[in-house]
Design a protein around this ligand. Structure first.
Ligand SMILES: Cc1cc2nc3c(=O)[nH]c(=O)nc-3n(C[C@H](O)[C@H](O)[C@H](O)COP(=O)(O)OP(=O)(O)OC[C@H]3O[C@@H](n4cnc5c(N)ncnc54)[C@H](O)[C@@H]3O)c2cc1C
Length: 483
């Protein structure tokens, strides 16, 4: 058991050292770039997001050869900073929060050890606007009552679903609140932000698993933190020093007599085992071909975990357009689908916007000028005259249309919450899926869930190639599916 802890400490310490080298200035990590050779790697890892980084670090920590293949031009995956649009501060187009910190978040621990500037989200002031004025107490009370009612029902009803087969859509819970004035806002904060999908498409059991781990993450002191130097920069920095190839897209993975053959845009590689961390959006869209085709139980699990969509963007202004100073979270109460923004983002004249599900898809589908006009219009509803100070700076995410993500994060289809566990099972004792969709417990969809799932898959892969690994707390399911 001592060895377990030592090994895990080693992985975390290694991550700390790598991050220290690049904290706050990631984007072009100085990784080793192996060329295609006849080498057979112990383990090949596909995708350099949080899961792939967790997997590759674990394999390297056992002294085994590993190759990390990444399709995009950077590490980090769905944690990604725009470091150029705003000179004042990096802007996270993807993951932004260290979540569920109170129940243990290894990435937060690394960031803390590096002395990164971390801010408890509950210390960031929040205001709620109804039209051009702060929302009156009565409106706030109405909104809070609806949101509180949905969460309470979710926790009560979710606990009653003993068998995943008895699962039902979250809409069965939220629909009973549809007549409430601020129903759209309440559904936004209780369902859409967590799943990126509408209540009709979301599994009550899956959302219950997430919600019960932390029912009010943004209201609980010490549970959610933001980092000024950017989450995307931090996660990318954890890949520093790993043997990684960027701009290499994996197109086909074949089972070979011994191990796997991996065809890519940079040639063919061979591994004794493989960890695949691409999103279930990518896998579900056929982004990687498998030969032989994946077992039905595995492909059904992938299909059961589609990605919802979260849209993030930021606009720059020539002056403070708000009647307050300092970073402030603005909730816009309205009967339209909710939009939330960070006013005075990290004290700069920048506004961050967040939208979920269908609204996210709608805005992402607009042209650049259309997105700007839409966002300024929503801002004008609360702060008339603000748009006149827009200075032309704009950045936005494209998670739905990005072929390397095909969405933002996974949600289980109704009745499919167990698909996350199924996807962790080894396939042919050589293929191991990881990533946020395979996270377990309350960490589904989150960075630390992806990172831990990467470690779990690496442990499976190491065991499969005969390495004695005694880590028990990240152990993937022992079931092996024939391939
Ligand atoms: C808008 C948004 C906000 C979020 N907010 C938070 C938050 O605040 N806190 C939090 O904890 N989580 C948040 N998340 C979720 C978090 O970002 C993800 O859970 C996590 O980044 C997923 O990591 P991953 O390694 O599983 O997948 P990814 O990060 O998607 O990594 C997979 C990698 O595989 C690569 N790839 C894809 N196809 C191929 C191929 N064919 N060949 C080679 N490489 C390929 C991709 O380019 C990618 O780099 C957010 C996500 C989004 C999109």
């Amino acid at each position: 058991m001592k060895h377990d802890l030592d090994r895990r400490s080693f992985v975390i310490a290694g991550a700390s050292a790598a991050a220290a080298a690049l904290a706050g200035c990631a984007g072009s990590p100085t990784n080793v770039t192996p060329q295609p050779t006849n080498t057979t790697y112990d383990v090949i890892v596909v995708g350099a997001g949080a899961a792939g980084i967790g997997a590759a670090r674990t394999i390297a920590s056992y002294g085994r050869s590993v190759l990390l293949l990444e399709a995009q031009d950077r590490a980090g995956g769905r944690a990604r900073c725009d470091n150029t649009t705003f000179s004042e501060v990096p802007f996270d187009l993807g993951a932004q929060f260290f979540g569920h910190v109170r129940s243990g978040n290894p990435l937060y621990a690394v960031a803390q050890s590096l002395g990164l500037q971390l801010v408890d989200f509950t210390t960031v002031p929040t205001v709620t606007y109804l039209g051009a004025v702060p929302a009156p107490q009565s409106a706030m009370a109405s909104f809070v009552a609806t949101a509180g009612g949905i969460i309470t029902q979710m926790l009560v009803q979710g606990a009653l679903i003993a068998d995943p087969a008895g699962d039902y859509p979250v809409a069965d819970i939220t629909d009973s609140y549809a007549g409430d004035t601020y129903y759209e806002n309440a559904v936004g904060v209780t369902v859409l932000t967590e799943t990126g999908a509408l209540p009709s498409a979301s599994s009550t059991l899956d959302l219950f698993n997430f919600t019960q781990a932390s029912p009010a993450p943004f209201l609980t002191p010490g549970d959610s933190f933001v980092v000024k130097t950017g989450m995307g920069n931090f996660i990318a920095s954890l890949a520093n020093g790993l043997p990684m190839l960027t701009n290499v897209t994996v197109s086909r993975i074949s089972s070979a007599a011994s191990g796997v053959t991996v065809e890519t845009t940079n040639g063919t590689y061979h591994g004794n085992a493989i960890v695949v961390t691409t999103s279930t959006g990518v896998l579900g869209a056929g982004g990687i071909e498998f030969s032989p085709v994946l077992p039905t139980v595995t492909s059904d699990a992938i299909a059961g975990l589609p990605l919802g969509v979260i849209y993030k963007s930021a606009l720059g202004f020539s002056r403070n357009v708000f009647p307050f100073t300092g970073m402030t979270i603005v909730t816009q109460l309205s009967s339209a689908p909710a939009i939330t923004y960070f006013a005075n983002f990290w004290g700069a004249n920048i506004v961050e916007f967040l939208a979920d599900a269908d609204l996210a898809i709608q805005i992402e589908g607009m042209s650049r000028s259309g997105q700007i006009a839409y966002l300024l219009g929503r801002l004008e509803q609360n702060f008339p005259g603000a748009s006149a100070a827009f200075d032309g700076r704009f950045t936005a995410s494209n998670w739905a249309s990005n072929r390397y993500t095909v969405g933002s994060y996974s949600h289980a289809k109704v009745g499919m919450s167990q698909a996350r566990t199924t996807l962790r099972q080894s396939v042919g004792n050589k293929l191991f899926f990881a990533g946020e969709a395979t996270a377990v417990g309350g960490d589904i969809t989150l960075l630390q869930g992806a990172y831990n799932a990467g470690i779990a898959a690496a442990v499976g892969a190491l065991r499969a190639i005969g390495v004695a690994v005694s880590v028990s707390d990240h152990r993937p399911e022992v079931v092996n599916i024939e391939w």
